[in-house]
Design a protein around this ligand. Structure first.
Ligand code: GTP
Ligand code: MG
Length: 359
C-alpha cells in the first residue's frame, strides 16, 4: 500500500527524527516501521524471521542462572609466547590421570585451577582472528595480553589493544619471557601506558603480571589475577535449553569430514542435536573435549569438537540447535539467499524503498 503524502511534508516530518532523506533512499524494515507509525500505518515484515525460528530473547536477566567458567582469550604479537603460556598452564594443571591425555590440538581448553575451571582460547592466525573480532565482543570475558619483556610493544600488541577496547572487555597484561637477560618489564609498562593501559602500581587500573612460560615463574599469580577478575564479573548462564555457540576453528580431516571446534555459550549441546552453523548444517554426531574424551553433552563455556556438519563453517560463525534437519536447511537456505541479495547491491536486493511510501 502506498501513502498519499507529499514528499516535502514527509521529509520535514522525518527530519524531526533527525533523518535526512532523498526520494530514492532505501530504508530498513525497522525504520520503515517507525516512519509508517507517523501516519498510523503498520509495516509487516514478511521476510523469513530467523530470530523467531531460533526463539531469541534480548536483554535476558541472568542473575538466577548458575555460575559458568570464565572465557579467557590470549592475545598479543607474534612469537611473544601465547601458545607457550597456554601449554605451560595445561601441562601444570591438567591432571596426569585424565583420560587419553592430549590427543588433539585445538585452540580452546578448559583447565581446572584450584576449585574453578577456566576456559582459554589461544588466538590463531590473522584470518581467523578477524572473523572472531567481527562477532567477538560476546566471546571472551577477559583478555590476557601477552607482551614479551625483551621485545616490548609491537604492531600486533597495539592491534590487540584496539580490539580489547572495542570489545570493552577487561585486560590483564602478562609480561612474558621475564627469564631472559634482556627482559625489561618497565619498558613494556611504559610502552603500554602510551596506549592507555596504565599499570595499577603507577596509579592506573591495569594489572600487570611478570611471567615466564619457560620456567613457570609468575604463572600462579597470573591465574589468581584471572580468577579474581572472573569472580568480580559474576558470570552466569542458562545451562538449559537449546545450545548456542561460536566456531573457534574448523577443518576437514580425512575420514572424519568437517571437524569444528565450538565454544558453547548458552544452553546445552547434546550428542545427536540438529545444528545449524553459519551457512551449513548437520547433526552433532560426536562431541569430544580437548583431551580426546567423548562427551554426551556440553554446557556453557565448554569448548568442544563437533563432527557431523555437512561443510566447514567459518570461525566466528554461530551455532544454533534447531528442531530438525528440515528447519536447519530452511535457515541455511535463507542465510545464503540473504548473503547473495546483499552482494548484488542492485535495487531488488533492498527490501523497502522510500518510494514504496509515496503515491
Ligand atoms: P604466534 O602464535 O605465532 O603468535 O606465537 P606465540 O605468541 O604463540 O609464541 P610461542 O608460544 O609459539 O613462542 C614463541 C617462541 O618464544 C618459542 O620459541 C618459545 O619457546 C619462546 N618462548 C615463549 N615463552 C617464553 C619464555 O617465557 N621465555 C623464553 N626464554 N622463551 C619463551
Ligand atoms: Mg601461538
Amino acid at each position: 500500500e502506498k501513502l498519499s503524502v507529499r514528499f516535502e511534508s514527509f521529509a520535514n516530518r522525518v527530519l524531526e527524527m533527525n533523518l535526512l532523506v532523498r526520494p530514492d533512499d532505501y530504508i530498513g524494515v525497522k525504520l520503515a516501521g517507525e516512519i509508517a507509525a507517523l501516519y498510523n500505518y503498520r509495516v509487516e515484515d514478511v521476510a523469513f524471521n530467523e530470530e523467531a525460528v531460533l526463539n531469541k530473547k534480548a536483554g535476558e536477566d541472568k542473575s538466577a542462572y548458575p555460575v559458568r567458567n570464565p572465557i579467557i582469550t590470549i592475545m598479543g604479537h607474534v612469537d611473544h609466547g601465547k601458545t607457550s603460556l597456554l601449554d605451560y598452564i595445561r601441562k601444570e594443571k591438567v591432571a596426569a590421570g585424565e583420560a587419553g591425555g592430549i590427543t588433539q590440538h585445538i585452540g580452546a581448553y578448559s583447565v581446572k585451577v584450584k576449585d574453578a575451571m577456566l576456559t582459554f582460547l589461544d588466538t590463531p592466525g590473522h584470518a581467523a582472528f578477524a572473523a572472531m573480532r567481527q562477532r567477538g565482543a560476546n566471546v571472551t570475558d577477559i583478555v590476557v595480553l601477552v607482551v614479551a619483556a625483551d621485545d616490548g610493544v609491537m604492531p600486533q600488541t597495539v592491534e590487540s589493544i584496539r580490539f580489547i577496547k572495542n570489545a570493552e572487555v577487561p585486560v590483564i597484561v602478562a609480561v612474558n619471557k621475564i627469564d631472559k637477560p634482556a627482559a625489561n618489564p618497565d619498558k613494556v609498562k611504559q610502552g603500554l601506558t602510551e596506549h592507555g593501559l596504565l599499570p595499577e602500581e603507577w596509579g592506573g587500573e591495569t594489572q600487570y603480571v611478570n611471567v615466564s612460560a619457560l620456567t613457570g615463574q609468575g604463572i600462579d599469580d597470573l591465574l589468581e589475577a584471572i580468577q579474581l577478575q572472573a569472580e568480580i564479573m559474576e558470570l552466569r548462564e542458562n545451562p538449559k535449553g537449546a545450545a548456542e555457540g561460536i566456531v573457534i576453528e574448523s577443518k576437514i580431516e580425512v575420514g572424519r569430514g568437517p571437524v569444528t571446534t565450538i565454544l558453547v555459550q548458552k544452553g546445552t549441546l547434546n550428542k545427536g542435536d540438529s545444528i545449524v552453523v553459519g551457512e551449513t548444517s548437520g547433526r552433532a554426531r560426536s562431541l569430544m573435549d580437548y583431551t580426546g574424551k567423548m562427551l554426551n553433552s556440553a554446557g556453557p563455556s565448554t569448548p568442544v569438537q563437533v563432527l557431523g556438519l555437512e561443510n566447514v563453517p567459518t570461525p566466528g560463525d554461530i551455532l544454533n540447535v534447531v528442531k530438525n534437519e528440515r528447519e536447519a536447511q530452511k535457515i541455511v537456505d535463507n542465510r545464503i539467499a540473504e548473503r547473495k541479495a546483499l552482494a548484488n547491491t542492485s535495487v531488488e536486493a533492498k527490501k523497502v524503498s522510500l518510494e514504496d511510501f509515496f503515491a
